[in-house]
Write a protein that binds this ligand. Structure first.
Ligand code: ARG
Length: 480
């Protein structure tokens, strides 16, 4: 048993991402990188106006910058709970938010506008009642529409709303002006109604009680304004938008080849899939190993308790674990581990995912292995004991190897389930395979190509793995 455990632990450490700390203090920026030109993915890095400004703040104050990507509606909570130091995400200063965090001096005045299809009859905010309106969840646009017009359709990012608008599933989208310009530039079929719904100001947010950090941010921001660096940064991204327009008008290929080119080749977008693939594999394989480790221990405790009446307390906790884990959705477990358990500590998201999926899978593996142990004839235990082996020795040398063989198909199946289940990693903004495809979708507004590609990759993985399992099973049978 010890050998199994040690091997598994060793493999786990191999798969864990190495993370070391630099020597400078770290400034952790939290953002929701789906908001060009303020924060977005470009060539596999997060860039944008906010990123450049905070980078400058970090540089001038001798911090190392670390960027953490998450959903927009989690950002305020993230700085509140200490998951990040500075929230920079085109965040509008509002009275409600001021109750939860402290804001820096504003760095941009912006406005909310309406985007509609070019041929739409909607020509002002006054005729939006009863229309299907898309917004990004948790934004000021969302609040405005909810309070003044009616229930909007809430999306995780604006590009999803834009895609829905392009497909005729919405009549209008309410969004900040500059991001709207980028979306309209990329999609000539859309137009922006220039008349603003309302004006607002963006600022950075920090947790309450971090006056010192806030002072540093404000000081540097004023300086950046004075130096003209702020204007420079904004100009740089205006150019970026212009470039986007140029690229749209001189697309190299058309039809399916064109779609393929934009979704995978252009800007090295395929890299999102490759990177995501590695994350998915690392999470799935490590957590299944972790799960098998937990599963073994729990199964042995459970069956020992069943058969000998010992280990009552341990058995109670094992049953509690099984009930809780199998009784709640894995997404919730992932969110709880990320936001609550590791709420205020800085842990690598890959590690968080491995722990969450490992604990989750362990519950299923435990029952699989227990059924394996039950399936081994009771006489085997008696035979082992009468040969002079202890209970644990018999378990280890006689029962478990047979049990393992019996449950191999079920364990293989568990891995297949887990592999696909890791696709919810995007909930904590971990860039797994699914999220990689989703980032491409958000950049190209094309759902078909990236999502089908991702589906095919999962399918291929499962087919290959099933084949391997089949071969292994045949081998074991031959060895009998
Ligand atoms: N300015 C709006 C707000 O604060 C939208 C910001 C959305 N930002 C983002 N990175 N997605 O609610």
């Amino acid at each position: 048993m010890k050998r199994y455990i040690l091997t598994i632990l060793f493999l786990l450490t191999l798969l864990l991402p190495a993370y070391g700390a630099g020597n400078k203090p770290v400034l952790r920026m939290v953002t929701s990188a789906n908001f060009p030109p303020y924060e977005f993915h470009d060539n596999n890095t997060i860039v944008g106006i906010d990123v450049d400004i905070v980078r400058e703040i970090a540089k001038r104050n001798n911090f190392d910058l670390l960027i953490e990507d998450m959903k927009f509606d989690s950002i305020i909570a993230a700085v509140q709970t200490g998951k990040g130091d500075i929230a920079a995400s085109a965040i509008t200063v509002t009275e409600d938010r001021k109750k939860m965090v402290d804001f820096s001096i504003p760095y941009v005045t912006s406005r909310q506008v309406i985007i509609v299809p070019g041929d739409s009859l909607i020509d002002s905010g006054k005729v939006l009642k009863g229309k299907r309106i898309g917004v990004q969840h948790g934004t000021t646009g969302d609040n405005y529409v909810t309070e003044n017009i009616g229930e909007p359709q809430r999306y995780d990012d604006a590009s999803m709303a834009i895609t829905a608008l392009l497909k005729g599933k919405l009549d209008a989208v309410v969004l900040d002006y500059e991001p709207s310009q980028v979306h309209a530039a990329k999609n000539p079929a859309l137009k922006i109604l220039e008349e603003p719904l309302f004006f607002e100001e963006y600022a950075f947010a920090v947790a309450k009680g971090r006056g010192q950090l806030l002072a540093v941010i404000n000081q540097t921001l004023s300086q950046l304004k004075k130096d003209g660096v702020l204007t420079e940064i904004r100009k740089k991204y205006e150019k970026h938008t212009e470039e986007v327009v140029k690229n749209v008008t001189e697309e190299k290929y058309t039809g399916i080849a064109g779609d393929f080119y934009t979704n995978f080749v252009k800007d090295n977008r395929w890299q999102y899939l490759v990177d995501g693939f590695y994350v998915t594999i690392a999470v799935a394989v490590s957590s299944v190993l972790f799960g098998v480790l937990i599963g073994f221990v729990v199964a042995v405790i459970r069956s020992t308790a069943d058969q000998t009446g010992k280990l009552k307390i341990a058995n109670f906790f094992c049953r509690l674990y099984l009930a809780v884990i199998r009784g709640t959705p894995v997404v919730l477990q992932l969110l709880i581990i990320y936001f609550v358990v590791f709420g205020s500590v800085d842990v690598d998201k890959v590690l968080v995912a491995i722990i969450a999926f490992g604990i989750n899978s362990g519950a299923y593996v435990a029952e699989i292995i227990r059924s394996g142990i039950m399936s081994v004839d009771r006489g085997q235990m008696e035979a082992g004991r009468s040969l002079g082996f202890s209970y644990l020795q018999t378990m280890n040398l006689i029962i478990l190897p047979q049990a393992f063989k019996n449950v191999l198909p079920a364990l293989g199946n568990e891995f297949i389930v887990l592999l696909k289940e890791t696709s919810v990693c995007g909930f904590i903004a971990l860039q797994d395979l699914t999220k990689g495809g989703d980032i491409i979708r958000s950049q190209t507004y094309n759902a078909f190509m990236p999502l089908i590609a991702v589906a095919l990759i999962y399918l291929l993985l499962v087919v290959i793995f099933s084949k391997l399992l089949e071969i292994l099973e045949k081998r074991l049978k031959r060895n009998e």
